[in-house]
Design a protein around this ligand. Structure first.
Ligand code: ATP
Ligand code: MG
Length: 409
């Protein structure tokens, strides 16, 4: 059975653009994976009247599940629990268990008394079932509505995510027992543009049994997401993608990133890496160290921003003068020098013009050279990226990872 869900995120900060609505993203993804059809995501202000109105609308339009987040805090601007009590025409009641949890939480942090307004966070509407929050202060809760459910969770993303996984997901599985997760395929691709991917997939890829297809470009890479009614269809499509996109695919999982795939490949081949980066200012090293256990293959990176530091690493002053810091020769020299200095198998050197100033006719903004050295060879890539400074840096780091990924294979 397909059930319809709506996400209602509450908070003035969401409407004003001061906070990115990551709860909507998280909930939409989780619910879709579980098999819900998410009909709408609504962000609404901390206003009891609007919350009541949006909830009524969600229940009448879309029915089965409404998940609300935020506005359960202790301050007067957090009004979600009062709004729901009002909507259901019930009083608020006190959860002794959550209050005991709050007191424990305070004691753990060396505070002896719980402020009186924090007590408010242990209340829930009388017709609801509490959802204990072990990760913070505000109690969550849910209310049965006919065959449907209204679930209310705190706004703090880390609390919401943990409570969803621990409490809400099992609740939904129990309540919507004939929920059918839709088979899904995620494909993460580097080194091919969207049109190139579509060309490689070919028209016949879309013939046969229908499926949902989405293709999404992000900085320096592209993701494909496919959903179908049956696992069989997914399997058939996976086989086609493997054949047609081959080594450009680095993962078939949502949460895998390129630096992780590169790390796995390095571990597998027992190879190490060091980096000397100029225009990316540490972005590449930062990407690599986001992966736990990176010390197994990553010795370190240097941000050789100023020419004097490039010289310290062993780049000839005359070379810098003759060819310029942004040149193929310097990128190669950086890769070789850092590899030698840090005694690693691979060495990467990056130099370029991130902009917005500093470009010229011969060396425009966005021009980046990436050198890659091994004990046997040293190779180079010259790329002209477009975008602002941050985009050029991100794309250059991604390109270096892609370059290394193909080299390791
Ligand atoms: P608590 O009382 O534990 O803070 P709460 O339910 O009152 O929980 P809020 O006060 O609304 O939550 O928000 C707490 C924090 O979570 C704020 O920093 C807020 O910006 C952030 N937050 C709220 N809603 C969202 C959202 N939809 N996406 C991302 N962050 C959010
Ligand atoms: Mg709030």
């Amino acid at each position: 059975m397909r059930y319809r869900a709506e996400i209602l995120t509450i908070g003035d900060e969401l409407l004003k653009g001061s906070v990115l609505n990551t709860n909507a993203l998280f909930l939409a993804r989780e619910l879709t994976d579980m098999g819900f059809s998410v009909q709408a995501q609504v962000a609404c202000p901390d206003s009891p009247a609007v919350i009541g109105q949006k909830l009524a609308q969600a229940l009448s339009d879309r029915g089965d599940l409404v998940i609300l987040s935020g506005g359960l805090g202790p301050t007067p601007d957090d009004v979600t629990r009062e709004a729901l009590a009002h909507y259901f025409q019930v009083p608020l009641v006190f959860s002794k268990a959550q209050y005991a949890g709050i007191k424990k939480h305070y004691r753990k942090h060396g505070l002896s008394t719980v402020p009186s307004d924090v007590r408010k966070e242990a209340y829930y509407p009388e017709n609801a079932v509490p959802l204990m929050n072990r990760y913070g202060i505000a109690l969550g809760f849910y209310v049965r509505q006919g065959n449907g459910l209204v679930v209310v969770l705190p706004g703090v993303p880390s609390e919401l995510e943990k409570m969803f996984k621990e409490l809400v997901r099992p609740l939904l599985v129990r309540h919507f027992s004939d929920l059918e997760p839709r088979p899904k395929l995620v494909v993460k691709i580097v080194g091919l543009s969207e049109p190139a991917i579509m060309r490689k997939l070919g028209r016949d890829f879309f013939k046969g049994h229908p499926f949902e297809f989405g293709i999404y470009p992000e900085a320096g890479e592209v993701s494909i997401r496919i959903m179908a009614d049956r696992q069989k269809i997914i399997q058939r499509l996976t086989a086609k993608i493997k054949k047609r996109l081959g080594r450009s695919v680095y993962a078939y999982e949502e949460n895998r990133v390129l630096s992780e795939a590169v790390g796995k490949a390095l571990v597998l081949r027992k190879r190490t890496l060091s980096i000397a980066e100029s225009c990316t200012g540490g972005t590449l090293s930062s990407e690599i160290t986001k992966i736990p256990g990176a010390s197994r293959y990553f010795k370190g990176g240097m941000v050789v921003y100023h020419n004097s530091l490039k010289e310290d690493l062993g780049i000839e002053k005359s070379l810098l003068k003759k060819k310029g810091a942004v040149s193929r020769e310097v990128a190669l020299a950086l890769a070789k020098a850092v590899r030698r200095r840090m005694r690693t198998y691979y060495g990467i050197g990056i130099t370029g013009i991130a902009g917005p100033t500093g470009g010229s006719a011969q060396k425009p903004v966005g021009l980046v050279f990436i050198g890659l050295a091994t004990p046997q060879t040293a190779r180079l890539k010259k790329i002209l990226f477009w975008g602002d400074r941050r985009q050029v840096q991100t794309k250059a780091a991604k390109k270096a990872l892609e370059y290394l990924w193909h080299e390791i294979q």
